[in-house]
Design a protein around this ligand. Structure first.
Ligand code: 48H
Length: 262
């Protein structure tokens, strides 16, 4: 016999346990696209308390839909080892160009990350950051449905030793700092430089170079990195996103290992 009420109780209790356990974090990642997921995977492997907050119902960001809804992605040689490690099937198309199924890539990455301890909360939007002494110390969250319905409901706060802006083209946290604090980002102009037109060759290189701390306690990864530093877009090639996620995780791990969160 199945009791409907036990089902409800099981879901709510278990969710609340996860949620309460996520109020104080090592790393809060905003956005479950390829860069955020890869960062989460690498940090979870290192044993860090890491959570991704994703606005949408689905995970995968722009990788889920492949190129113009053809659900395939291209990656380059440097990042093939990552999909190999995740157990995602990769096929050589021409020398230097590798193909994967976008759904297999997203689910493979997510499954491996969650198995290693990454938590993902979907349907939650990050609407602000917490600042203490000119340093990001956490994020401010609300249900995406509250935002969508334009309801006036106050949010909740999550504390984190560091925060990653992996929000893609919109680089929302960087823009928030610029809007609320001023032009104090670690860019040439001090503000968000803005994404440049399509150029895969350059975009894929700069995305990794641009993966860094942009304000005390706030890192940028993935497409947001090129949007912040003025790098080009690159279309449906995703190696750079995975490498960017890997790089941000490495930088953060080194910092946290030193016990340095300032
Ligand atoms: C919670 C949020 C918020 C918020 C946004 O867009 P993404 O896939 O980002 P990346 O950087 O991992 O990958 C970029 C890639 O998908 C891409 O767009 C490419 C390669 N474009 C090239 C081109 O030429 O167009 O994922 C970002 C995720 C999304 O799922 C958003 O819903 C989520 O972040 N998000 N989640 N709170 N405030 N803002």
């Amino acid at each position: 016999m199945l009791d409907d009420l036990v089902i409800s109780e099981a879901i709510v209790k278990s969710f609340m346990e996860d949620f309460i356990d996520s109020i104080r974090l090592d790393v809060a990642i905003v956005g479950a696209g390829p860069a955020g997921l890869m960062a989460g995977y690498c940090l979870a492997k290192k044993g860090r308390k890491v959570v991704i907050f994703e606005r949408k119902l689905s995970i995968g960001g722009g990788m889920w839909g492949g190129g113009m809804m053809f659900n395939k992605i291209v990656i380059q040689k440097e990042s093939k080892r990552i999909l190999d490690e995740l157990g995602v099937k990769v096929k050589e198309y021409k020398e230097g160009y590798y193909l994967a199924n976008s759904i297999e890539a997203v689910t493979g990455l997510t499954f491996q990350a969650v198995k290693r301890g990454l938590k993902i909360f979907n349907l939650i939007s990050v609407e602000d950051v917490m600042l203490r002494k000119e340093r990001v110390t956490g994020i401010v969250i609300n249900w995406s449905s509250v935002q969508l319905a334009n309801l006036h409901v106050d949010p909740l706060s999550i504390g984190s030793r560091v925060v990653v802006d992996a929000t893609g083209h919109s680089c929302e946290l960087a823009r928030l700092i610029e809007k609320k604090v001023g032009s104090y980002l670690k860019t040439e102009s001090g503000g968000v430089m803005g994404e440049k037109p399509m150029w895969a060759e350059v975009g894929e290189k700069t995305i990794v170079d641009n993966t860094k701390e942009i304000y005390a306690g706030l890192y940028v990864a993935g497409m947001a990195a090129n949007a912040v530093f003025g790098g080009p877009r690159m279309g449906p090639i995703f190696g750079g996103m995975l490498l960017s996620g890997e790089k941000v995780a490495r930088m953060i791990s080194e910092r946290l290992e030193k016990g340095d969160s300032d």
